[in-house]
Every structure is written in structure tokens, then in C-alpha cells.
Ligand binder design. Structure first.
Ligand code: SAJ
Length: 424
């Protein structure tokens, strides 16, 4: 089988590499010519710290089973075309410009009996109401007669990409039962996880519900955390004890919810519903979006309790990526916190061991002379921070902990004022 992968980002590139490992002849297409030049030269353009990615990419690059191009010309002999482009939102509305552009580029060149596989996350009913009619229009082919469509939403996250790609179960929505055997053959080589077949719209709904479920649950944890601050108990202890009760899985509160999926997919789900407001999604999104502002409130209070006006202080912010141990900065909660600080004209410096821009200076250098350390992301590298050394470097000893990273008792003993989300 000849295959193409359109969109070589965090999801598409690993998939292209995986398919090459499985001995498929893979054409990887992306409209970003600089990225394609790098890939052609054997240079990994992003996620250099992602486990296995660089190593696997180098091996497959040498084997020559995979080629990279900005050109859609060679789509015409492909049996399977995977689409892994971004599907962002503007405000609360899906923006399918990348998807439309990919669809329009492949449609006129589609080989008869080929299968177009949408791995990008889309709103329920997008395939039925929009993708199929668009492909039919630009290809002049008929669905389930001349070509087929499948929706196989990706399920991976940074730092676990290959582990998840090769082991997680997959939901496959098909336009026609006829294509089930071919897709089963391919996906059961990609992953050792279970393969479940369904229709196109159910698969789209499953994916958007999965990520909405997570967002709503994190929002609940955040709301409870702020309540615990008022009650005067530690939310992390509450969470641990709640989760000992059967059927409970309370999520973790924190400094914010970032990334390219969790803050966006609930809106994809909500945008498919016209007859009602998805109130829980609306509320959860606003609770989670508010967490960097809550960190600001805790910071201001801690400084003020020490007799300092925040405007006269300098903050050391630890962590910029959206999640621990990753260089991915998409929708980073720290970027929201940064905007608040800039608006309030507060001095600050940011450190992140994995984000190029913020890793040039050492963490000690950033902390030196600061009045307050704000931990936004619990990168593994910060485990080696020596609390006593930090305390000597800082002008005033205050820690704001967005991720339950520090041991409150230990840092308090070392003379710090400590305020954490849900534990003040
Ligand atoms: N977060 C919390 N509390 C939690 C869990 C996460 O505040 O209890 C925050 C994180 O710090 C981060 C954000 O939420 O800022 C999102 O992190 P995440 O781990 O929930 O999700 P992603 O975006 O890295 O990846 C998710 C994945 N879903 C799950 O882990 C349940 C992945 O399986 C999906 O494939 C991916 O979204 C996607 O592409 O849809």
C-alpha cells in the first residue's frame, strides 16, 4: 500500500515515521517549506527532546522509505491519505482553513478506491455535512463508490508520543463497512491497542467528548481547590482521600489548562450543538482559563502579607511550556500569566529548561534577587532545586506553587511563605 500523511506536526510526523517503520512507502506533505527542507536534510524541526522521535526519524530517514514534499502532485497513486492538520478555534468557533486547504489539494488527485483518513479532531458531523460534500465537489468522485472516508482521531500527547501511538486503542469511524478490513490491517500494525469500528459522526463525538470530559473534570478540581483555600484545608490531601473512595477520579487542580487539545476540543463539541447551550462546557472553560489570574491573586496576597507592593517587586517564574517535561508552548498558561504581569507593569523573568527562549540562563540566575518564585510547570528538572540555595538567592522568601510541586512543610521550615493552588 502507498500512503501519504498530510500535515507533519506533533501528530503527523510521528505517524509518518511509524508507517515507514512498518515498511509502507510514505509521502509526507506539509505546506511549511522550511520544515520540509529540514526533514529532507534529516533534521528534526521540533520536539528534539521527545523520547524516541529523533532516533526513529534518523533511522527511517536513512532507510529511504519516507519522502517529504510540499507538493501534492504525487497523491494520485496513494491508497491511504492520512490528514493530520491543525483544527484550531478562533474564539469559540472552529477554524478549518488548514483542513479545507488539505482537502482541496488532495481531492482533484484522488486515486479511485482510495481512503481518506481524518486524524485531526473535528466537530461532530463535520465529515458528513462538510468533508464528504467538499471532497465530492473538488474530485468529481462519489463517496463509497469512488473513494472512502474514515475518521480516526489521534490520541497522543507530548512526551509519550510513540508509547501512545503504538499502544493506545483507536476508534475508527467509517463511511462504508467495506473499508474495515483494510483499516484494521493498518491500524493493528500501528498500535497494539484495541480497534473499535463505528460510524463517522460517532468517532468525531467520542474524541471531542474525551477531551471535554477532561476539561470539565479539571475545572471541577480547580473550583474545589479555590473552595479549599477558603475552607482552610489542603485540596491535594482532599483529592487523595476522595480518590480512595470507589469510582472516584478527581483530577488535579493547577495553574491553568493549556495545549492544543483540552482548551479547544470542548468548543468543537459545543459548536456542533444548535438547540441548547452546553452550560458545563462554558463554565468549565471559563474556570480553567481563569487559573493564571488566580495565581496572580495568590502572588499579590503573599507579597502584600510580607509588606511588599507587587509593583515594587521582581518575580521569578518557573515553567513556560503548557505541560511538564515538554517544549510545547501552545496555549501556555504561563503566557496568560505573563500578559497579566505586563499589563500591571510588574517585573519578572521566566525560566524553562526545555523552551529555547527561556533556557539560555540558569534557573539560579533567574531566581537571584527575586522576591517571589512562581512555579507554573512541574518539570522534572526542577526536582533538583536546592531549597536552601534558593532561599539564599532570593531577596524575600516567597513561593507560589501552581502544581503542588514543593513540600509545603519543608519550604516553610526553610523560612518561606508558601501559597499553593488549593493549599494556602
Ligand atoms: N492539567 C491539569 N490537571 C489535570 C490534568 C491536566 O491542570 O489533572 C493541565 C495540564 O497541566 C495541561 C493541560 O491540562 O496544561 C492539558 O494536559 P493533558 O495532559 O490533559 O492533555 P494534552 O493536551 O497533553 O493531551 C490530551 C491527551 N488526553 C489525555 O491525556 C486524557 C491526549 O490523549 C489527546 O490525544 C490529546 O489531548 C489530543 O491531542 O487531543
Amino acid at each position: 500500500m502507498r500512503v501519504a500523511v498530510i500535515g507533519l506536526g506533533y501528530v503527523g510526523l510521528p505517524l509518518a515515521i511509524r508507517l515507514s517503520q512498518l515498511d509502507f512507502n510514505v509521502l509526507g506533505i506539509d505546506i511549511n517549506s522550511k520544515k520540509i527542507e529540514d526533514l529532507q536534510k534529516g533534521v528534526l524541526p521540533f520536539a528534539n527532546d521527545e523520547p524516541f522521535l529523533k532516533d526513529y526519524f534518523n533511522k527511517e530517514h536513512k532507510r529511504n522509505k519516507i519522502t517529504f514534499s510540499t507538493n501534492f502532485e504525487n497523491i494520485s497513486d496513494k491508497d491511504l491519505i492520512f490528514i493530520n492538520v491543525d483544527t484550531p478555534i478562533i474564539g469559540k468557533v472552529p477554524n478549518y482553513s488548514s483542513l479545507i486547504s488539505a482537502i482541496k489539494s488532495i481531492a482533484p488527485k484522488l486515486k479511485k478506491k482510495s481512503i481518506v483518513i481524518i486524524e485531526s479532531t473535528v466537530s461532530p458531523n463535520t465529515s458528513k455535512n462538510f468533508l464528504i460534500p467538499t471532497i465530492e465537489k473538488y474530485s468529481k468522485l462519489k463517496i463509497n463508490k469512488d473513494f472512502f472516508l474514515a475518521t480516526v482521531p489521534e490520541r497522543i500527547r507530548p512526551n509519550y508520543i510513540f508509547k501512545q501511538l503504538t499502544s493506545l486503542s483507536r476508534v475508527i469511524g467509517v463511511s462504508d463497512k467495506k473499508i474495515k478490513p483494510s483499516l484494521k490491517r493498518v491500524y493493528s500494525q500501528i498500535t497494539s491497542g484495541e480497534i473499535d469500528f463505528t460510524d463517522l459522526t460517532t468517532a468525531e463525538t467520542v474524541k471531542t467528548v474525551e477531551n471535554s470530559f477532561r476539561d470539565v473534570n479539571i475545572a471541577f478540581a480547580n473550583e474545589v481547590a479555590i473552595a479549599c483555600e477558603e475552607i482552610g484545608v489542603n485540596v491535594w490531601e482532599v483529592m487523595e482521600l476522595v480518590n480512595k473512595s470507589p469510582l472516584h477520579n478527581m483530577h488535579q487542580p493547577g495553574a491553568g489548562v493549556g495545549g492544543h487539545c483540552i482548551p479547544k476540543d470542548p468548543w468543537l463539541l459545543a459548536s456542533s450543538i444548535k438547540k441548547q447551550n452546553m452550560k458545563l462546557i462554558d463554565t468549565s472553560r471559563s474556570i480553567n482559563d481563569n487559573m493564571p489570574k488566580h495565581i496572580f491573586k495568590l502572588t499579590k496576597e503573599a507579597l502584600s502579607n510580607s509588606g511588599l507592593r507587587i509593583k515594587n517587586t521582581k518575580l521569578a517564574i518557573l515553567g513556560y511550556s503548557y505541560v511538564e517535561n515538554s517544549d510545547d508552548t501552545r496555549n501556555s498558561p504561563t503566557s496568560i500569566f505573563e500578559k497579566i504581569l505586563k499589563k500591571e507593569k510588574i517585573k519578572f523573568e521566566i525560566h524553562d529548561p526545555l523552551v529555547k527562549e527561556y533556557s539560555k540562563r540558569s534557573v539560579e540566575d533567574i531566581i537571584k534577587g527575586s522576591n517571589c518564585l512562581v512555579l507554573m510547570v512541574s518539570h522534572g528538572a526542577y526536582k533538583y532545586l536546592d531549597v536552601r540555595k534558593i532561599s539564599r538567592l532570593m531577596s524575600t522568601k516567597i513561593i507560589i506553587d501552581g502544581r503542588n510541586f514543593f513540600d509545603k512543610e519543608k519550604v516553610t521550615k526553610a523560612g518561606f511563605i508558601y501559597k499553593g493552588v488549593g493549599n494556602v
